[in-house]
Design a protein around this ligand. Structure first.
Ligand code: FAD
Length: 319
C-alpha cells in the first residue's frame, strides 16, 4: 500500500480524486457504507479518509432527580473500517487520529494497531471540544495540539516509543497529513498566527495539508499563496463539500466557521425543495472542481458526509 504523498508525487501534476467517509452509526452494519463507496470506485480514488468520533457524555435523569453521566460513542470503529475498506476495495485509507480523548499511551497503542494492519497514513488532528465543554480541554496525559501528536508519531517513525525500556523498536513509517483553514481556524486570534502554527506542523513532519471545506475558490488560492509566502511548501489538498440541504446554509457556517458566497445562498434560497438544493450544490461543486483542477490542485478531496450520489455526479464531470 502507498502513502498519500507518494500518490501525489507519482501523479506528476495530475489532479487526484479522494474522499472522506464517516464510520457508520453504532448499530448500523458496514454494508451501507460499502454501497456508498462502490459507485465512487470507478473514478479511481487514491485514498479514503475515515473520520474519528470521540466519546461524548450526556446526563440522564434518574429516579429522585439524580443525574447520571452516560458515555456515548455514536460512530466507533475508525481503525476497523480502514482495514475493512482496504480488504474490500484494495485502496489506501487514512484514519484520522485526534488528541481529544486519548492519552499518549492510548495513541501509541492505536498507532501500533495501524502499523500491524499495514496502514501507513494518518491525518493528525487536535479534535474539537465535546458538547459538554465550552472549549477544547486536553485529556490528562494526552496532547494539547495537533503539533504535539505529530511529534509523538515522528518519534515512533524514528523507533522511539513512550516506554524507553523498549530497545531496538521497529520504527513505524507513517505519512502524516494535517488540517489547514483557508478561512482561519476559529480559535486563532488572526490568520498570521494560525499560519505560524500550520507551518510548525509542517516543520515537525506533516507532509501535506488538507483544507477545511470552502465554497469560494479564491479563499483557497489566497491560502495557498499565503502558505507559500510563509515557506509552507507541502501539497495543499482542497476539501470540497457539495451543498445538499437548505438547512446547511446555516449549519455549515456555524459548525465549520466558513462563509458561503451570496450567489450560492441566493440560488439555494430560490429552490422549492432539497432535491433542487442538492442540484444547485452539485453544479456549484462542479464549477469549483473544474477551476481547482485547472489551477493544478494536487487532489480534490470530497467530504461525503454519508452520501455519495452527488459526488458521483461531480466526479463524472471532472475525471
Ligand atoms: P491544531 O493544529 O492543534 O490547531 C488548533 C488551534 O490551536 C488553532 O487555532 C491553531 O492556530 C492553534 N494552535 C496550534 N498550535 C498551537 C500552539 N503550539 N500554541 C498555541 N496555539 C496553537 N475532528 C474530529 O474530531 N475528527 C475528525 O475526524 C476530524 N477530521 C477533520 C478533517 C479535516 C480535513 C479538518 C479540516 C478538520 C477535521 N476535524 C476533525 C476537526 C478538527 O479536529 C478541528 O478543526 C479542531 O478544532 C482543530 O484541529 P487541528 O488539528 O487543526 O488543531
Amino acid at each position: 500500500m502507498a502513502k498519500v504523498i507518494d500518490h501525489i508525487k507519482q501523479a506528476k501534476g495530475k489532479t487526484l480524486f479522494s474522499f472522506e467517509i464517516l464510520p457508520p452509526m453504532k448499530g448500523d452494519g458496514i454494508q451501507k457504507l460499502f454501497n456508498q463507496i462502490e459507485p465512487l470506485m470507478e473514478f479511481d480514488p487514491k485514498f479514503i479518509d475515515v473520520t474519528y468520533h470521540r466519546e461524548e457524555y450526556m446526563y440522564k435523569k434518574r429516579e429522585g432527580g439524580l443525574l447520571e453521566k452516560v458515555s456515548l460513542r455514536k460512530r466507533p470503529g475508525t481503525v476497523g473500517i480502514c482495514a475493512a475498506l482496504m480488504n474490500r476495495f484494495h485502496i489506501d485509507t487514512v484514519p484520522h487520529i485526534i488528541c481529544g480523548g486519548f492519552t499518549k499511551q492510548e495513541t501509541e497503542s492505536a498507532l501500533i494497531d495501524l502499523q500491524f494492519l499495514g496502514i501507513d497514513n494518518v491525518l493528525a488532528l487536535r479534535g474539537d471540544a465535546i458538547k459538554s465543554e465550552a472549549h477544547f480541554v486536553p485529556t490528562t496525559g494526552g496532547h494539547e495540539f495537533a503539533s504535539d501528536l505529530i511529534q509523538q508519531i515522528q518519534s515512533m517513525n524514528s523507533g522511539v516509543y513512550l516506554d524507553h525500556e523498549v530497545k531496538n523498536a521497529f520504527p513505524t513509517d507513517f505519512c502524516i497529513g494535517v488540517a489547514g483553514y483557508p478561512e482561519k481556524h476559529f480559535e486563532a486570534p488572526n490568520f498570521e498566527t494560525d499560519l505560524k502554527h500550520l507551518k510548525n506542523k509542517v516543520e515537525l513532519g506533516a507532509e501535506y495539508i488538507v483544507t477545511q471545506m470552502f465554497f469560494d475558490n479564491n479563499k483557497y488560492f489566497e491560502f495557498v499563496d499565503q502558505c507559500r509566502s510563509q515557506g509552507i511548501n507541502v501539497p495543499i489538498i482542497p476539501g470540497l463539500k457539495p451543498l445538499s440541504t437548505l438547512k446547511q446554509l446555516t449549519i455549515l457556517p456555524s459548525i465549520f466557521h466558513i462563509d458561503l458566497p451570496s450567489d450560492l445562498v441566493q440560488s439555494a434560497e430560490k429552490c422549492q425543495n432539497n432535491d433542487q438544493v442538492r442540484q444547485v450544490g452539485i453544479e456549484w461543486a462542479i464549477q469549483q472542481a473544474k477551476e481547482l483542477k485547472q489551477h493544478g490542485a494536487p487532489c480534490l478531496h470530497f467530504y461525503s458526509m454519508g452520501k455519495s450520489d452527488n459526488i458521483v455526479k461531480i466526479a463524472k464531470e471532472i475525471y
